[in-house]
Ligand binder design. Structure first.
Ligand SMILES: [Zn+2]
Length: 148
């Protein structure tokens, strides 16, 4: 189940053309190319589902398990104070890529809470991705971390 007109299926799942931080058999997580804040990660199923209405339970649960698993490593990697988990369904809900995805957006006390996107260069994304990967490698388990 893959849709060649879908940028996530074609570029991310198909060609790994993204700063991938983590992957399971059915899920892949990578840096958003237009982050709201540094460390903004997207978690997607490898199979093509459009939104919450058509995704099957198995893939839904795996996407959200991985979201929970990765969150503390992202917090550590960018030294965040908070985290938003976001998931948009449909144009009117601000969904822009029609392949189910969850946003992990780190937040920082001293910065204004905003939703606008920034432009990021590949090397900048890769720099943060490398920090997250090294947190995963160092820690393995993400239990026992609390937000400041
Ligand atoms: Zn897709």
């Amino acid at each position: 189940m893959s849709d060649n007109s879908c940028v996530f299926c074609r570029e991310v799942v198909g060609k790994h053309r993204a700063s991938v931080i983590y992957e399971t058999e059915s899920v892949i997580a990578f840096m958003d190319i237009a982050p709201v804040e540094p460390g903004h990660v997207l978690v997607i199923p490898k199979k093509h589902f459009v939104n919450i209405l058509d995704i099957d339970y198995e893939d839904y649960l795996e996407v959200h398990r991985v979201t929970k698993y990765l969150s503390p490593f992202i917090v550590r990697a960018v030294n965040a104070d908070g985290i938003n988990i976001g998931q948009n369904n449909g144009k009117s809900a601000n969904q822009r890529v029609f392949h189910y995805h969850v946003h992990i957006i780190p937040r920082f006390q001293e910065r204004e809470l905003k939703w606008g996107r920034m432009q990021a260069e590949n090397w900048q994304l890769e720099e943060v991705a490398e920090k997250v990967r090294s947190e995963i490698e160092k820690n393995g388990s993400s239990e026992g971390l609390f937000l400041k």
